[in-house]
Design a protein around this ligand. Sequence first.
Ligand code: NAD
Ligand code: ZN
Ligand code: ZN
Length: 391
Amino acid sequence: MKAVCWHGTGDVRVEDVPDSKIEHPRDMVVRITSTAICGSDLHLYDGFLGPFMEKGDVLGHEPMGEVVEVGGEVKRFKPGDRVVVPFTICCGECFFCKKTLYSCCDNTNRNAELARKAMGHAPAGLYGYSHLTGGYQGGQAQFLRVPNADVGPIKVPIEVPEQVLFLSDVFPTGWMAAENTDLEPGDTVAVWGCGPVGQFAIRSLWLLGAGRVIAIDEVPERLRMAEAGKAETINFSKEGVYDRLMEMTNGRGPDRVVDAVGCEAAGHGAIDAVLDKAKAAVMLTTDRAHALREAIMCCRKGGTVSVPGVYLGFPDKFPLGAFMNKGLTMKTGQTHMPRYMEPLLQRIANGEIDPSFIVTHEVPLEEAPKMYKTFRDKKDGCIKVVLKPWG
Ligand SMILES: NC(=O)c1ccc[n+]([C@@H]2O[C@H](COP(=O)([O-])OP(=O)(O)OC[C@H]3O[C@@H](n4cnc5c(N)ncnc54)[C@H](O)[C@@H]3O)[C@@H](O)[C@H]2O)c1
Ligand SMILES: [Zn+2]
Ligand SMILES: [Zn+2]
């Protein structure tokens, strides 16, 4: 089968790899019909998880398709079912899965010892996301082996358009980011980053009762898409974010803030961002955390900091003094996917949201190498790429 394989920083290739097959009675194999590129894939593309990658690793964690084969213990699916597969792999039975903390599943990270050394405990296995999260083959391929098939994937009716693909990650991730703000009705929420996660966070915030949403980015078409989602916007390469936000909130600051940027934040000359860049270049820091620092500095006293943005290690200059003295709360995590997929499918069916607004590029899988670059460089108006493994 054809698959998108990682070969090093800035180097992904479409190659022939062995077909996915059933390896355990709880597995199923899905023939992938649509599969997206995520901002998280860029962290791999840009080498942030290089030490935990191997040449030839198959990337991708936002797939949907048709079940072609099920193992003997799979109960919920049969060949021919149309399914969306979440990026988290969960057992459904451990302490964490029972609490619906699915991305903390105790049983699916096959490299738990390595993860424990890096993080103290091992989070769940994830598709196509380095050996730190289990070394599973990813979904940017013609077929995908889905372990623990009964936990996570959802069945979607044949008449529902392919837009449900975004239930595999970015819609639930934007939703959990909004939920994690713990907002009160009418609150003002500022969202850093207008990529797919930020866009879904903006729309979810409205559905959860925000009074005002302010979105921050520098890419014109992403800011326009945020405005189409009824957010007010700040272009951080043209205006000082802190000053503008204080102006907009009479000096109090937004009640809740969302960091939908993560570890590759741009900073345009801000001293902390310059230092991050220099240190990251010589491997002295793992993350460039400018957006998170700024969000903490801007948040009103007693507010909440929601962090869907991915961090990897030990970011520098975390403003713990501001965080502590302003009495802030932080909520974060890889999304607990199975908690959100069915309810959000229902919201799509009710017409509350149509996730297809996010797609700017739909191309055959063969074009993945070119599209990784276009997406990373934010060229050609690129916001979300859907790959079609069968042309
Ligand atoms: N928690 C989860 O489960 C989960 C799931 C999916 C993605 N993510 C993470 O969410 C983040 C966003 O994902 P995405 O797909 O939207 O990625 P993306 O790369 O398309 O979007 C990031 C956006 O942040 C903007 N940005 C950069 N520096 C900024 C700054 N200083 N201030 C404001 N905006 C800035 C960029 O211009 C870009 O538009 C990534 O870190 C990704 O890994 C997390
Ligand atoms: Zn993703
Ligand atoms: Zn579990």
